[in-house]
Design a protein around this ligand. Structure first.
Ligand SMILES: Cc1cc2nc3c(=O)[nH]c(=O)nc-3n(C[C@H](O)[C@H](O)[C@H](O)COP(=O)(O)O)c2cc1C
Length: 551
C-alpha cells in the first residue's frame, strides 16, 4: 500500500456553483414541527407524512443518507465517519441529485453532486424545465432522481483485486442509507434497475472525459427515483405503475446540457492499473435498458390496519422508541466486542424479520427497504449464533425467500438438523442446522477477525449465484452485492436501535464457509459477512462534531 498516494475521500468539481445545505441540530424536530419520527415508524406505512421537496428537506435527506456524522481523532490524525459505512472508510460512492426547480437551490432543474465534507450541492449541469419534465413524465409529481457512481480507485488503492466487490457492497449500503433517509421524510424510493449503464453514465456526466482530465474516473452504478408518497395528484389510487427506467426519448438530451466544473484529482500519482479489474468492469457492465413496470402500493386504508398490526407484533418496543434521526446518525461500526454480552431472542428474531423481503399480504408490497430493489431476493443468511438468550449456540440458516428452501437443503450437508428454534415466530424461516460452539469457526472464516466471535452472532450472506447470473446476465453480479449491502444497512440500524452495534465484514474466506455448509459448486456463493454484539469503545479515540453549526 502506497500511503503517499492515498486518495482523497472527498470529490469536488472545481468551478461549479456550490449551494451550502442547512445543517440540523442533533435534537431538531422534523420539518413539519412534529417530533422527529420514531425509528419503528420507518417500517410502518403512512406513519410519516411526506415533507415537501425544498432545500431544507433535501438537506435533511442528505444528512441522513451520506453526510458526515462525526470526526474521530487519534493523536494528530483525524478522519470523518458518515451516515453510510464504507469498506476501509474509503468511501468510493459519490451521490448525485437530479431535481426540478426547487426553492433555495439554483433557479432551474439541475444535476448536482453532493459533497459530504461541506454538506453542499455542486451544480454539474443545468436542465430546461421541459427536458426535466419529459424525463420524469411517468413518475409521481415532485419526483427527483438520485444517482450513484463509484471512484473504484479509492478501494483499489488499498484492496487491489478485492476492490470491485467492496465498491458494490458500498453501493448497496448507500442505497439502504438513502432509502431510510427518504423514509424519515415520508418519501419512497425505487431503483431504476432497467437502465443501461451507458445511460447512467451519460445522465451523471461521468462519461465526460473532458471533465475528468487528470482526475480519477467514476464508474456509473445506478439511478433511483424518489418521491413524496402522499401527493394529492395520486391520492385515492391504491397502486401506481412505475417503469424501471426513464422515458427513452428524453434521455439523449443529457449530453446537450450545459455542464459545469472539473473533477478534482484525488491521489498524488496516477492510479495503479489492475488489468483484471478492468476486465471485470467490462464483463459486469449492463448493456441494455429494459422497460419493465412494477406496481407500487399507494397506501389504501387497509394498509394502515396492516401496519398497525405489524407494529403491535414487533417485540422489544422500548428500544425502538428512539428517534430515527438519532439511530441513523449514531450508526457506527464496532471495532471490538466484549465477548460476554448476550442479546434477547426477541431482539434476534425481530432483527431477522427486518431483513425479510416478503410481500406483506395486506400491503401488497414489500416493506422498506425491500421495495427499493425490484428483483426477486437472492441472498440468504448463514448465522453463527454465539450469545442469544434461550437459543443453543450453533449454525443457523435464515431463508430470506422460503421458496428457495428445497434448493438450499439440497445443496447443504445432509446431516443438518433443519429444526425450528424454540420461540421462533411461525413466519420466520429460521432453522437450526447444527448445535455447537461456532466461535472459532466464525473467526476463521472471517479472516481471523475476532469481531466475528466476540459478539452475539455473526453471519455469512449466501447468494443464489450461478442460476441468477445465467438468468439475468453477468451485469447482475453487481446487484447481488447491492442486495447484501442493503441487508447490512438494516442490520447496522437494528443493532443501534437495540442498544448494541454491528460491523460489516468484507474480509472473509469463501471456500471455508462453503465447506462448513457443505456447498460444493457455484449454485450458492458466500459474498459478505456481518457481525453484531456489545461494543467495546477505544478510549484513545476522541469524537468531534460533524460540522460547525454556524455553517
Ligand atoms: C462493505 C464493508 C466491509 C467492511 N469490512 C470490514 C472488515 O472486514 N473488518 C472490519 O473491522 N470492519 C469492516 N467494515 C467496517 C468499516 O471499516 C467501517 O464502515 C468504516 O471504517 C467506517 O466506519 P463507520 O461504519 O463507523 O462509519 C466494513 C464495512 C463495509 C461497508
Amino acid at each position: 500500500m502506497d500511503w503517499a498516494n492515498q486518495p482523497d475521500p472527498f470529490r469536488r468539481y472545481a468551478g461549479s456553483a456550490r449551494v451550502a445545505l442547512p445543517i440540523s441540530r442533533p435534537d431538531a424536530t422534523s420539518l413539519h414541527n412534529e417530533a422527529s419520527p420514531n425509528y419503528a415508524d420507518l417500517y410502518r406505512a403512512r406513519a410519516i407524512g411526506s415533507a415537501p421537496i425544498n432545500v431544507d428537506s433535501l438537506a435533511r435527506f442528505f444528512e441522513n443518507a451520506f453526510a458526515i456524522t462525526a470526526w474521530k481523532q487519534a493523536g494528530d490524525v483525524r478522519w470523518a465517519l458518515r451516515a453510510n459505512p464504507s469498506s476501509g472508510n474509503l468511501h468510493p460512492t459519490e451521490g448525485y441529485l437530479l431535481v426540478g426547480d426547487v426553492p433555495g437551490l439554483l433557479p432551474l432543474p439541475g444535476l448536482y453532486h453532493y459533497t459530504a465534507k461541506e454538506h453542499a450541492l455542486e451544480l454539474r449541469a443545468q436542465w430546461s424545465k421541459e427536458s426535466f419534465a419529459a424525463l420524469l413524465r411517468e413518475f409521481p409529481p415532485h419526483a427527483f432522481l438520485l444517482g450513484f457512481a463509484s471512484v473504484n480507485w479509492r478501494e483499489t488503492w488499498k484492496y487491489g483485486e478485492r476492490a470491485f466487490r467492496y465498491c458494490q457492497h458500498d453501493v448497496g449500503h448507500a442505497l439502504g442509507s438513502a432509502c431510510f433517509a427518504a423514509q424519515t421524510l415520508g418519501w419512497h424510493m425505487l431503483l431504476l434497475d432497467g437502465t443501461a449503464d451507458d445511460t447512467v453514465a451519460a445522465l451523471l456526466g461521468v462519461d465526460r472525459t473532458e471533465d475528468f482530465t487528470g482526475a480519477e474516473r467514476e464508474h456509473p452504478d445506478c439511478l433511483a427515483v424518489v418521491w413524496p408518497v402522499d401527493q394529492e395528484a395520486i391520492s385515492g389510487a391504491e397502486t401506481i405503475s412505475l417503469p424501471l427506467c426513464l422515458e427513452p426519448d428524453a434521455v439523449p438530451d443529457a449530453p446537450r446540457h450545459i455542464w459545469h466544473g472539473k473533477a478534482n484529482r484525488l491521489s498524488q500519482n496516477k492510479p495503479v492499473c489492475w488489468e483484471i479489474l478492468d476486465q471485470v468492469e467490462v464483463a459486469a457492465w449492463k448493456p441494455s435498458t429494459e422497460r419493465t413496470v412494477v406496481q407500487s402500493n399507494h397506501h389504501s386504508p387497509a394498509s394502515d390496519a396492516a401496519s398497525d398490526q405489524a407494529s403491535v407484533r414487533a417485540p422489544g418496543m422500548h428500544s425502538r422508541a428512539r428517534s430515527a434521526n438519532q439511530v441513523i446518525r449514531q450508526r457506527r461500526s464496532a471495532l471490538a466486542f466484549d465477548g460476554e454480552t448476550s442479546i434477547s431472542a426477541d431482539c434476534f428474531f425481530t432483527t431477522l424479520a427486518r431483513v425479510l423481503p416478503r410481500v406483506e399480504r395486506e400491503l401488497c408490497e414489500r416493506p422498506i427497504p425491500w421495495n427499493v430493489l425490484p428483483w426477486v431476493p437472492a441472498v440468504h443468511l448463514a448465522l453463527f449464533v454465539h450469545r442469544v438468550d434461550g437459543l443453543a449456540p450453533g449454525i443457523y440458516l435464515l431463508a430470506r425467500d422460503p421458496a428457495k428452501l428445497p434448493a438450499l437443503r439440497a445443496a447443504m450437508h445432509r446431516p443438518f438438523d433443519w429444526t425450528t428454534p424454540p420461540g421462533c415466530p411461525a413466519d420466520l424461516p429460521l432453522f437450526l442446522l447444527e448445535e455447537g460452539d461456532a466461535r472459532q469457526m466464525a473467526t476463521d472464516v472471517s479472516c481471523h477477525q475476532e469481531i466475528a466471535a466476540d459478539g452475539a452472532f455473526s453471519l455469512g450472506m449466501i447468494a443464489e449465484f450461478e442460476a441468477t447470473l445465467q438468468h439475468h446476465g453477468a451485469w447482475f453480479y453487481r446487484r447481488l452485492f447491492w442486495e447484501t449491502g442493503v441487508i447490512g444497512q438494516v442490520l447496522y440500524l437494528e443493532a443501534e436501535a437495540n442498544g448494541v452495534r454491528a460491523t460489516g465484514i468484507g474480509c472473509f474466506f469463501d471456500d471455508p464457509v462453503h465447506q462448513v455448509l457443505g456447498l460444493k459448486d457455484a449454485t450458492f456463493q458466500s459474498i459478505y459477512h456481518f457481525t453484531t454484539g456489545r461494543p467495546v469503545e477505544d478510549p484513545r479515540l476522541t469524537t468531534l462534531p460533524p460540522y460547525e453549526l454556524d455553517h
